[in-house]
Design a protein around this ligand. Structure first.
Ligand SMILES: NC(=O)c1ccc[n+]([C@@H]2O[C@H](COP(=O)([O-])OP(=O)(O)OC[C@H]3O[C@@H](n4cnc5c(N)ncnc54)[C@H](O)[C@@H]3O)[C@@H](O)[C@H]2O)c1
Length: 381
């Protein structure tokens, strides 16, 4: 359906009914004044009903939602029958490109889970295809939607923080071997990648957003320490950004699953910013040179701008923020906060890192030519 034809309520279809899709269903049904869920698609015919019953208690008007949606095993059939306004693509990462391309070609806006695709060239192709058709791509880069993050970005853009000095990121997103054994695609070079491509990509995207800059080079190392998988479970490296800032990155799934942590530190001329999510609890500190913490000031500003109920909704489920923003972008002909460009830049950062591992040298970004993640299969871990 074209942009002009979008009515007040956008029809949303979800392709892929696995782990992450529950967050999508909760967000879409929570925005029932703007969105209506029209279809669930999965090649496993039992997956839609399993998904619905798993999140039954979290869906408002559950019976009405179930009655008004259709299920499919073939997404092309769904596109043909329903012409959805928005398609959420929540399939294994190695399938993102083809499905996203088919949805864009069917004139649907897409909410594409991260990572955008498994090569820099195909990510860019999706971005350009959407732009040429006037369609929106919203990426599943959830960290951009955490409370106050948009304000920190605004203040970095306006110069309120002065120049960015350096940044430091820790992503200790522990998973046991059972996680990698849940599905054949997990932890493989061809369809997933390791801790960097799957888990740390969120953090790399956030650093671009908060630094208001793009990475121009990277030097990285990877290892497989404790997890039984093909790709790496641990990555460490340093990026240089176009604004001169350096950013060190630690991304791993080889830590304890009960100790999930994603922490960010950005040092600027006028502020020392820390954002941390530890065991599900967020904390923020925005210190002035005199040591004053401005976190509450930012929180008040965020609530004034967005309302308390929005804050609570995104804190519980950041995908609520992505859908709210995508709907706004479609209806106001503007860009989503986590747009298609953020998608291909994040993939370029990850692939540059991997290429630096393969070549054992610093790599300039954006990558020239094409680099597919499956080339990492040549690397002996
Ligand atoms: N943004 C986030 O916070 C977040 C969190 C988790 C996962 N993800 C991303 O979401 C994607 C899915 O991850 P997951 O953990 O839900 O995976 P999953 O394996 O649990 O679910 C994938 C589902 O897709 C289905 N599927 C496979 N091929 C299909 C096809 N051709 N058509 C329709 N359905 C198909 C599978 O049967 C399965 O039900 C991945 O790209 C992952 O990186 C994002």
């Amino acid at each position: 359906m074209s942009q002009e034809a979008i009515t007040n309520k956008s029809k949303v279809a979800i392709i892929g009914c696995g782990r992450v899709s529950e967050k999508h269903i909760r967000a879409v049904t929570g925005l029932s004044d703007r969105l209506s869920l029209c279809a669930l698609v999965d090649t496993n015919p039992d997956a839609p009903s399993h998904l619905l019953s798993a999140c039954k208690k979290k869906i408002k008007k559950y019976k009405d939602v179930c009655a008004s949606l259709k299920t499919y095993i073939d997404y092309k059939q769904m596109l043909n029958d329903l012409h959805p306004d928005i398609v959420a693509i929540t399939v294994p990462s190695g399938l993102h490109f083809q499905i996203a391309k088919d949805c864009l070609e069917a004139n649907a806006n897409i909410l594409l889970e991260k990572p955008m695709t498994m090569s820099n060239k195909s990510s860019r192709e999706l971005y350009e295809l959407a732009a040429s058709k006037g369609l929106r791509i919203a990426m599943g880069h959830i960290y951009r939607y955490f409370p106050i993050v948009s304000l920190l970005h605004e203040d970095m853009v306006s110069g309120a923080f002065g120049k960015a000095g350096h940044g430091s990121v820790i992503v200790r997103w522990g998973h046991e071997n059972e996680y990698y054994q849940q599905a054949a695609w997990r932890g493989t070079w061809k369809s997933d990648g390791g801790a960097l491509m799957n888990q740390t990509v969120h953090a790399l995207d956030l650093m671009c957003y908060l630094m208001n800059s793009e990475a121009v080079s990277v030097n990285g190392m990877i290892a497989r320490r404790f997890r039984d998988m093909e790709a790496e479970d641990t990555a460490m490296g340093v990026y240089t950004f176009a604004n001169g800032a350096l950013c060190q990155v630690e991304g791993t799934t080889a830590t304890f699953p009960k100790e999930h942590e994603a922490s960010f530190f950005i040092n600027t001329e006028k502020a020392a910013i820390r954002i941390s999510l530890y065991k599900g609890k967020p904390s923020y500190s925005i210190r002035t040179p005199k040591g004053k913490n401005l976190a509450f000031k930012y929180l008040r500003r965020y609530i004034k701008q967005n309302g308390l109920s929005y804050l609570i909704s995104v804190a519980k489920n950041p995908h609520y923020g992505i859908y709210t923003d995508l709907y706004r972008a479609i209806t106001t002909s503007s860009s989503p906060i986590a747009d298609g460009r953020s998608g291909y830049l994040a993939v370029d950062m990850v692939l540059g890192f991997y290429r630096s591992v393969l070549k054992k040298t610093e790599i300039e970004l954006p990558l020239p030519g094409e680099f597919k993640i499956e080339e990492m299969a040549k690397f002996e871990l």
